[in-house]
Design a protein around this ligand. Sequence first.
Ligand SMILES: [Zn+2]
Length: 53
Amino acid sequence: MQTKKCAYCRKPIAQGKEVKKELRYVHGAQLARKENDYCSKQCAEHDQMAHES
Ligand SMILES: [Zn+2]
């Protein structure tokens, strides 16, 4: 069985506990979107912040 890992802290995510968040960030001149899985809302927010500058 495949264990999902948090896209921010890289810890394994307990089954059913994943927080999905669509990340938006500027990639070159374009706005890119990517859906990631996180272990918590905090990780999702921190990762979004890390992509905004
Ligand atoms: Zn995490």
